[in-house]
Design a protein around this ligand. Structure first.
Ligand SMILES: O=P(O)(O)OC[C@H]1O[C@](O)(COP(=O)(O)O)[C@@H](O)[C@@H]1O
Ligand SMILES: [Mg+2]
Ligand SMILES: [Mg+2]
Length: 330
């Protein structure tokens, strides 16, 4: 089975970017090791702090963030990093060609129940003009040079794209190396599976409720087929399933907190996952526009996310855009 670096060279990835990926996989192994030690490593539970998003930080959020920052910033190719857990960006090497944005630990609420979590990352080019600070990162997802995630599940997997398909590597714990286990993931265009946090049903827009109502009606409703539902509560794991066998994943607009109607973050979750999904033949949208086309205005910006199997995402968009009539009274 092929190792990581030879695969990247075969794909003609530039050497600087290979170095960044190499550093990311070192971080992944460090985090994976601590996660698999679990309670034995004393890393479970919460801290007394809140992150910049006002959410309680888990010890592993803090640890993973620190590991990624420390290890990435040793790499001279990296100009700066931005993290979901940090208010501002952290500067690296002024001559570095790359910026790395990351969600150090996605699915934090799963940590204490020994369920799946991951690290999501997005690599952007460092602008060559006089931009500084957070402005460096305010680029649309179409500028990404590499995007991916590490899934810490029963096995640890590294899944990424450099714009040439989606590659999957699995960590061989015996030799401590990521080995290529899937050359080119492809999402089937049709699906009978969806992922949404149903407990928020009453907070959604009527159009989203109408779409989900018709999925739930199964073969007795207008969709004329039964749908299955899955929710792992870690975007990284839900999207991994969609990449592996198709499906629709959404965290849509909701009205619980009017000043925070979206949950997922553009730079750390939306953009990298959107590019992976598109590279695998799927669609990734906010309900109003293609995620990768968004011009960010803030590094911690949040967006609506609907992604996955192309035909199903497009059907959902028809409901949201009003061209599909709902059978239920909304
Ligand atoms: O609590 P909910 O509504 O199930 O939300 C789960 C969603 O929140 C997230 O866990 C947010 O990510 P973080 O753990 O990085 O804050 C997503 O991964 C997931 O899709
Ligand atoms: Mg997250
Ligand atoms: Mg997180």
């Amino acid at each position: 089975m092929q190792r990581l670096i030879p695969t990247l060279r075969r794909d003609h990835v530039e050497e600087g970017l290979i170095s960044v990926i190499n550093t990311l996989q070192i971080c992944a192994k460090e985090i994976s090791f601590r996660l698999h030690q679990g309670e034995l490593a004393g890393v479970l539970g919460s801290t007394l702090d809140e992150n910049i998003q006002g959410e309680t930080q888990k010890k592993l959020d803090v640890l993973a963030n620190q590991l990624l920052k420390d290890i990435l910033l040793e790499n001279s190719h990296i100009r700066a990093v931005a993290s979901e857990e940090e208010e501002g960006i952290v500067d690296g090497h002024t001559t570095g060609d790359y910026l790395v944005a990351f969600d150090p630990l996605d699915g934090s609420s799963n940590i204490d129940i020994n369920s799946m979590v991951g690290t999501i990352f997005s690599v952007l080019p460092a602008p060559k003009d006089d931009r500084q600070g957070v402005d460096l990162f305010l680029q649309p997802g179409t500028n990404q040079l590499m995007a991916g995630y590490v899934l810490y599940g029963p096995s640890t997997m590294l899944v990424f794209t450099t714009g040439n398909g989606v590659r999957v590597f699995t960590l061989d714990q015996k030799v401590g190396e990521f080995l290529l286990t899937d050359e080119d993931l492809e999402i089937p265009a049709d699906t009978c599976e969806f992922a949404i946090n149903m407990s928020n049903y009453r907070h959604w827009q009527p159009q989203m409720r109408a779409y989900i109502d018709d999925l739930l009606a199964g073969d007795t409703g207008p969709r004329c087929k039964n749908f299955n539902m899955r929710w792992i509560a870690a975007m990284v794991a839900d999207v991994h399933r969609v990449l592996c066998r198709g499906g629709l994943f959404t965290y849509p607009w909701d009205c619980r907190m009017p000043n925070k109607p979206y949950k997922l973050r553009l730079m750390y979750e939306g953009n990298p996952m959107a590019w992976l999904v598109e590279q695998a033949g799927g669609v990734a949208h906010t309900g109003e526009q293609r995620i990768l086309d968004i011009e960010p205005t803030d590094i911690h910006q949040r967006i609506g996310v609907i992604l996955g199997s192309a035909n199903e995402v497009n059907t959902c968009l028809e409901y949201l855009q009003g061209s599909q009539s709902a059978t239920t009274d909304v």
